[in-house]
Design a protein around this ligand. Structure first.
Ligand code: ADP
Ligand code: MG
Ligand code: MG
Ligand code: K
Length: 352
């Protein structure tokens, strides 16, 4: 029979708004002949509701006001086995076969909510707790990829108390990485809190900004090369890479504005790099996916250097999922239309 999918959107995340757009696209494209859908929204301050309104209102962030909404949670109580409606007159259970979390960033993409789904015993789309959290943490990603023999940018990780010793720290960072440097909170996405520092003063400012978002920050050598992205679909070692795409930001780097607020960024599918480089990237992406224990999906991002070198930048376990986002577009270019991609992801969740 038809499976019931709970599409969960929003969450206590700096990428709440992006989630609404991704979720709207998934809801418009999920094959309704194969799946019944319940929508579950998490507000920015962490309240959970079942939502029964329009996708347009959801996308425009009017879902909470316009409703209808009913307090509800994905219950971590296994005897409930699904969505627990907390309507007036007492809770009512709705069995859910599979959860599709369409959310990005902290409390969404970082393993925390995946832990809740594990406790509830409900299959869910995407990576598990460990792969989600290790791919979210840019410091841990560096360490694990290095161990797997996959090249990443030279970097250093700093924790907040070290900021007080900036004067003695700066010379060693300068010697190891050189200016310009990239400064990033260890656990954000969408370029939130990311900065590029060309000198000592900018480094201090960028560190202060990044530490607003996280207790840990990574500082990286600035890599010169094309920014390319590779979409991977599968479970563990049994995964395939789609076509490689290229991003050309017209800001100083691919920042939040260039990602979502203006249309300054150019996309090229396929990437304008030699065929051998694309193949090397696809191979490295699938290896990285397996090394990190990923399931379902991941968008693996690289820099392609002029001389053919490839450097893995990061792995995103719940990449942007709007119909114009890179992940679905790369699979479309590889012959997998968006509704089919959603269907495959749900089936992978039920199989893993
Ligand atoms: P996020 O998870 O927020 O997307 P990224 O690591 O992808 O974080 O950094 C955001 C953007 O900053 C990248 O898309 C790229 O434009 C730029 N960037 C990040 N690190 C580097 C680096 N080491 N060298 C050059 N550009 C970088
Ligand atoms: Mg990211
Ligand atoms: Mg990125
Ligand atoms: K990431």
């Amino acid at each position: 029979g038809k499976k019931t999918v709970a599409v969960v959107f929003g969450s206590v995340s700096s990428e709440y708004e992006v989630s609404l757009r991704s979720a709207a696209s998934v809801l418009r494209n999920i094959p309704r002949d194969r799946y019944d859908v319940v929508m579950v929204g998490i507000t920015k301050d962490g309240r959970w509701y079942e939502y029964g309104g329009s996708v347009d209102d959801l996308e425009a962030d009017r879902w909470l006001e316009n409703g209808p909404v009913t307090p509800a949670v994905i219950s971590p109580d296994r005897s409930c086995g699904g969505l627990l409606r907390q309507a007036p007159g007492g809770p009512e259970n709705v069995p859910v076969d599979v959860i599709f979390p369409v959310m990005h960033g902290e409390h969404a993409e970082d393993g925390t909510i995946q832990g809740l789904f594990e406790m509830a015993g409900i299959p869910y789309v995407g990576c598990g707790v460990l792969a989600s959290s290790t791919c979210m943490d840019k410091d841990v990603t560096h360490i694990l990829l290095e161990a797997a023999g996959i090249r990443t940018a030279p970097y250093a990780a700093l924790v907040r108390p070290q900021l007080a010793r900036f004067d003695s720290l700066e010379p060693s960072l300068r010697e190891k990485l050189g200016y310009p440097m990239f400064v990033k909170p260890a656990n954000t996405g969408s370029s939130v809190g990311v900065g590029k520092a060309k000198d000592r003063a900018e480094l201090l400012a960028a560190l202060k900004e990044a530490f607003r978002y996280d207790r840990k920050v990574v500082v990286e050598k600035a890599i010169v090369g094309a920014e390319v992205e590779c979409a991977v679909l599968g479970n563990y070692t049994d995964a395939d890479a789609a076509v490689v795409g290229e991003i050309v930001p017209h800001h100083e780097f691919y920042d939040y504005e260039g990602k979502y607020l203006d249309d300054s960024t150019d996309l090229f599918i396929p990437a304008r790099i030699p065929k051998e480089t694309s193949e090397a990237i696809r191979t490295a992406a699938v290896r990285a996916f397996a090394a990190m224990g990923c399931t379902g999906l991941a968008r693996v991002d690289f820099f392609a250097e002029r001389d053919g070198g490839i450097i893995l930048n990061e792995i995103n376990t719940l990449p942007g999922f709007t119909s114009i986002s890179m992940y679905p577009k790369l699979f479309e270019a590889a012959g997998v239309p968006y509704p089919e991609l959603i269907d495959r992801l749900i089936r992978l969740a039920l199989e893993k």
